[in-house]
Design a protein around this ligand. Structure first.
Ligand SMILES: Cc1cc2nc3c(=O)[nH]c(=O)nc-3n(C[C@H](O)[C@H](O)[C@H](O)COP(=O)(O)OP(=O)(O)OC[C@H]3O[C@@H](n4cnc5c(N)ncnc54)[C@H](O)[C@@H]3O)c2cc1C
Length: 371
């Protein structure tokens, strides 16, 4: 395993940080690979999800109890997830980890790839029968193995910070769409919430320059007063949002997982969830295989991931595009769609299952018997 950034497990979590919404299937997967016990104490269950569109009637409400489960998902500060993953990696006895170390070059071999890696001690070469590109949106592996990618710039900037609402979030996650982009509030430990506020790119500098009162006034205007007055905004982190989709998932003796394979709009909270399902599916196929880089195995991986990947990407992209389009004619249609999703039980069930991360042919590690 090669990672450019040095492990940071000892750092104290701060008030300000990105929070991940982990679907129920993801938590099952993290439990199966021994990560969740290291993270659970910092996680907050999501028991309800509430989706609305500013200026339109109708809402979609999802409720864990109605689906017969204790939680639809959990929120976890990204830094806590990173720390839990590192603790679990420390327990692995057959893994060679190079960090900080940067993959600098790749050379194809008849039976795999030769990787040139720069470490603090110098350059090392490693031969592998299967190269796994888990190196994020601007994947070096993707480019070097010759897989092209489609790019779409949402022209939006997303601000993430922690806020404390006047009323208890009672484990409810909110998503609210509007002409100028979506806003979400995720329940966190105590009374805190993780705020995700999207603004059109041309307004990003002005929003970044707002003082705390100005920023809270904007958040309040965009989110509304469902949780009363918002206060104590943490430090804001801006992210430029883009969608990057690899045109193929595999190349000879190489495979992509996570953001290297697909980077989606964060508002649907799907990126990590999807990436973990990539990794667990690959692990399932490799376990016991004589040749982990065999062409047939990689073809099976791509086929197994297709429905989940295509469906989740289409849903994330469609949601942001459709729900934020200002066309007045779309308003009533959106309201009807929301009412249908809220009131038609089979549709609710389908939506809830997909929201919980059960879609396509999931890896065995995430599965559970649902009521
Ligand atoms: C604001 C925001 C909120 C989000 N919220 C959610 C959410 O609620 N739920 C959810 O599921 N997802 C969410 N996501 C998406 C999620 O964060 C990503 O999908 C996920 O982190 C991707 O993980 P990854 O390991 O594939 O890529 P990355 O996290 O980008 O990791 C790639 C790693 O590769 C390393 N690397 C890159 N190049 C090299 C090289 N040449 N040599 C060595 N190492 C290299 C990097 O150092 C990095 O550590 C959010 C994203 C954002 C921006």
């Amino acid at each position: 395993m090669v990672e450019a950034v040095a492990p940071r497990v000892g750092e104290q979590p701060s008030y300000d940080e990105r929070n991940l919404a982990l679907a129920r299937a993801t938590v099952n997967g993290l439990a199966a690979i021994g990560v969740w016990p290291h993270a659970v104490a910092q996680a907050t269950p999501i028991r309800h999800i509430h989706v609305t569109r500013a200026g339109e009637f109708g809402s979609v409400q999802m409720d864990a109890a109605r689906q017969g489960v204790d939680a639809l998902g959990w929120t976890l500060p990204a830094r806590e997830l990173g720390a839990a993953l590192l603790r679990r990696l420390d327990e692995c006895t057959r893994l060679r980890r190079l960090a900080p170390a940067r993959l600098e070059a790749l050379e194809p071999l008849p039976t795999g790839w030769r990787a040139r890696i720069r470490t603090a001690e110098g350059t090392v070469e490693v031969d592998t029968p299967l190269l796994v590109g888990a190196d994020g949106t601007a994947s070096f592996v993707r480019e070097r193995v010759g897989i092209s990618a489609e790019h779409y710039d949402y022209q939006q900037t997303l601000f993430v910070c922690t806020v404390t609402p006047e009323r208890d979030h009672v484990h409810r996650a909110y998503e609210r769409f509007a002409d100028n982009g979506p806003v979400a509030l995720l329940p966190l430990a105590g009374r805190r919430c993780g705020l995700v506020l999207t603004v059109p790119r041309e307004e990003a500098d002005a929003v970044a320059a707002l003082d705390d009162d100005g920023f809270i006034a904007l958040a309040q205007e965009r989110f509304g007063w469902r949780l009363g007055r918002l206060s104590r905004p943490g430090r804001r982190h801006p992210y430029a949002i883009q969608r990057v989709a690899a045109r193929e998932l595999v190349a000879p003796r190489a495979v992509l997982v996570g953001n290297a394979a697909q980077t989606v709009h964060p508002i649907g909270a799907q990126g990590f969830n999807l990436g973990l399902r990539d990794a667990l599916t690959l692990a399932e196929l490799i376990a016991g295989a004589a040749d982990p880089g065999a062409e047939a195995l990689l073809a099976t991986y791509a086929a197994r991931r297709a429905a989940d990947r295509d469906g989740t990407m289409a849903m994330s992209h469609g949601l942001v595009r459709l729900a934020c389009l200002p066309q007045p004619l779309l308003g009533p249609l959106r309201s009807i769609a929301m009412l249908a999703c809220d009131r038609v039980p089979p549709l609710q069930r389908l939506l809830a299952r997909r929201g919980m991360g059960f879609r396509g042919e999931p890896p065995r590690a995430v599965l559970e018997r649902l009521p």
